[in-house]
Write a protein that binds this ligand. Structure first.
Ligand SMILES: [Zn+2]
Ligand SMILES: [Zn+2]
Length: 195
């Protein structure tokens, strides 16, 4: 175990990130991914879009990997992407960002969603040759979840393909009692699953 709450109380803030990653990462606004977009748009000098762009997780998405809303500047991504890899998450964000870039550059013209303008934007964003599909096509293998984490208090459980590094607690329970800071009482029990 990477972290021990009782033995090093001065590090008691450290697991919060892990807690946040465990749960809130799968819903709502994502600051880190938004920052990636902001930086890239700045480099492309699309400064109006810099102010509008925002990336959020949408837990209600099914097979759609991501969506882009223009002129809003909103990008929504499917939390299931985390079951594949961080690289897949980023690739999807860039795919969607390319839609925003293409529309922003041609605000008064009808363009095909995955046409030359979008392809050009993909090149500019560092993902040349990006595929046009939005569908998640997860082989069954990658969807098999191997780990389950149960909250000892509220009976929520979280399934993961990859094992959490370090200690995790139930974010909902922590939020109710400590305002979102890690608390040992709500540490999730780790269960390895097999099929
Ligand atoms: Zn697309
Ligand atoms: Zn809980």
């Amino acid at each position: 175990m990477k972290f021990s709450f009782l033995e090093s109380p001065e590090r008691s803030v450290a697991p919060v990130e892990t807690v946040l990653e465990a749960c809130t990462r799968l819903m709502g606004h994502d600051e880190k991914l938004t920052e990636i977009c902001v930086k890239l748009l700045g480099e492309l000098e699309l400064n109006d879009l810099v102010d509008r762009v925002s990336v959020e997780w949408n837990t209600r998405m099914r097979s759609c990997a991501g969506r882009a809303f223009w002129p809003t500047g909103l990008i929504q991504i499917n939390p299931k992407l985390t079951l594949i890899s961080d690289a897949e998450v980023k690739q999807t964000v860039l795919h969607e960002l390319a839609h925003l870039v293409a529309y922003e550059r041609h605000p008064n013209r009808t363009i095909k969603s995955h046409g030359v303008e979008w392809q050009r934007a993909c090149v500019d964003l560092g993902i040349p040759g990006e595929r046009a599909t939005h569908e998640l096509s997860l082989p069954t293998r990658t969807l098999q979840r191997k780990w389950r984490y149960d909250c000892p208090k509220c009976e929520k459980s979280f399934e993961r393909v990859r094992r959490f590094k370090g200690v995790v607690a139930c974010y909902d329970c922590c939020l109710k009692t400590t305002g979102g800071r890690y608390h040992e009482t709500f540490r999730l029990n780790e269960i390895r699953m097999s099929s």
